[in-house]
Design a protein around this ligand. Structure first.
Ligand code: SF4
Ligand code: SF4
Length: 112
């Protein structure tokens, strides 16, 4: 579902923070807090693992609420970075794709 592709290209439909909120799944919150703490070097508590999704109103995980790609996409009024006229030359999205290569296909699906 394209509306759940975040500005950065992450698929919020597959994100455990969104799934845990929708299902009110405390075990998934705890498991995700533990794995994200290891992966990102930031102490996540299970109470933090709640998110409605990048483009949906409501609660966000801290890093997604503060995301520069999200703020820029909102300011430009684009569906996501892949729909932005500056996509090909944008250093910010290039840097994120280098960190999370899986987002590239989501961002470029509509560009072909
Ligand atoms: S915006 Fe929320 S649902 Fe989407 S990737 Fe970020 S934490 Fe997950
Ligand atoms: S300028 Fe870059 S960060 Fe901003 S919307 Fe376009 S591609 Fe995304």
């Amino acid at each position: 579902m394209d509306s759940l592709i975040a500005y950065c290209g992450l698929d919020c439909a597959e994100c455990p923070a969104r799934i845990a909120l929708i299902d009110d799944d405390d075990a998934l919150r705890a498991k995700t807090a533990e794995s994200w703490t290891k992966a990102f070097g930031f102490q996540f508590s299970k109470e933090m693992i709640n998110c409605t999704g990048c483009k949906e109103p409501g609660v966000k995980i801290g890093h997604c609420a503060e995301c520069g790609l999200r703020a820029c996409g909102q300011a430009k009024g684009v569906a996501d970075c892949g729909a932005c006229a500056d996509y090909s030359g944008c250093a910010k999205i290039k840097a994120f794709i280098a960190q999370a290569p899986e987002v590239k296909a989501n961002l470029e699906r509509a560009r072909a």
